[in-house]
Design a binder for this molecule. Sequence first.
Ligand code: ADP
Ligand code: MG
Length: 324
Amino acid sequence: ATPAATMVGSTISATNGVLFKGADILERVRDIDAVVFDKTGTLTHGDMVLTDVVSIRDGAAADGVAADGSGEERPDGGAIVSDERDSTVDEDDVLAVAASVESDSEHPLAQAIVEGASERGVEIEDATGFENIPGHGVRAETPRGEALVGNRKLMRDNGIDPDPATETMERLEREGKTAMLVALDGKLIGVVATADTVRESAKETVVALQDRGLDPVMLTGDNERTAHAVAEQLGIDPDDVYAEVLPDEKADTIERIQGDDRRAIMVGDGVNDAPALTTAHVGIAIGSGTDVAIESADVTLMRDDPADVLKAIRISEATISKVW
Ligand code: ADP
Ligand code: MG
C-alpha cells in the first residue's frame, strides 16, 4: 500500500474514488500513449435534451429557416406543390411520430425525444413492432403509419433519400447537436435534434493529457460533423476524431488506434463501449455507466468525472515509484 492507494481484496481502491481491479492494472495505466474517450456520456453529460423539431415538406424545411428558400428544384426532383397529406404534417406531427417510436427505446436520444414531446404537450401514440437498429436508429408501426427515426444511413438503407433535409441537418450538426431524420410510410417528414453539454472538466483534461504528451482521442457513433464540433470545443485534434463508428466496430477501431506499438486507455460508459474497454490496453469505466461497461473495465471512476483519468495516471505513477 502507498499513501495513494490501499488494497482491498484484489481491488485497489484509491482515495477519491478511482478503483483499480488489480495491482497489475496500476502498472499498465502508466504505460500508455493515447486516451480514447467515448463522446456521449463520457466527455459530455449524456443527458440530452430535445432542441429542434423541423418538418420537411417536398424537400424543403417548412420552418422558414432553411433548406430551399430559393424555390429551386429539389435534388430528388420532388413536386413543389404539397399533396394533401404532406401539407398537414407540421412540427408537432413530426415530434408525435418520433416520440411514438422512441417510447420503446432505451437510448438516451430516445429519452430526450419522449421527454421533449411530453413537455410540449404532444401526445405519444402507441406503437407496435418496435425494432432497434444499433448505431442507426429505430423503427415501429405507429397509428399514423410505418415510422423510422435515425441517421442518414438508416434512411438510405430503407430506400428513403435524406438529401432534402441536408441543409437542416448540417446546420444542426455544426451546432454540435445530434440531428435525426423522421420518416413515415417511406417519406421523409422531418428532423428532430438533441443537444448535450460538454462536462466542465473535459476540456482541462484534454489539455492536461496533451501537456503530458498523451493524445486525447474521441470515439463516437455520432456523425462526423457533430463529433468535430464537440472535439473543437474540447481542443481535440480533428485527426484524432473517430465518428460514425458502429457499436460492433468500436473494438476494431481501438486496435487501429493502438497499431503496433501504441497503447491506449479507453474511457467509456455504454454497453456499446464494453468490447472496446476490453480491447484497449486499459479500460476505464465511468461509475454511472452501465454494469456491462464496469464489468469490462480495468478501472472504474466512482465520480463521473473525466478528470479522474488523470488521477488514475498520477496514482499509477506514484504507486509504481514506491513499489520499485
Ligand atoms: P453513441 O456513440 O452516441 O452511443 P450510437 O451507436 O448509439 O452512438 O448511435 C449512433 C447514431 O445512430 C446516433 O447518433 C443516431 O443518429 C442513431 N441512433 C441510434 N439510436 C437511435 C435512436 N434510438 N433513435 C434515433 N437515432 C438513433
Ligand atoms: Mg455512448
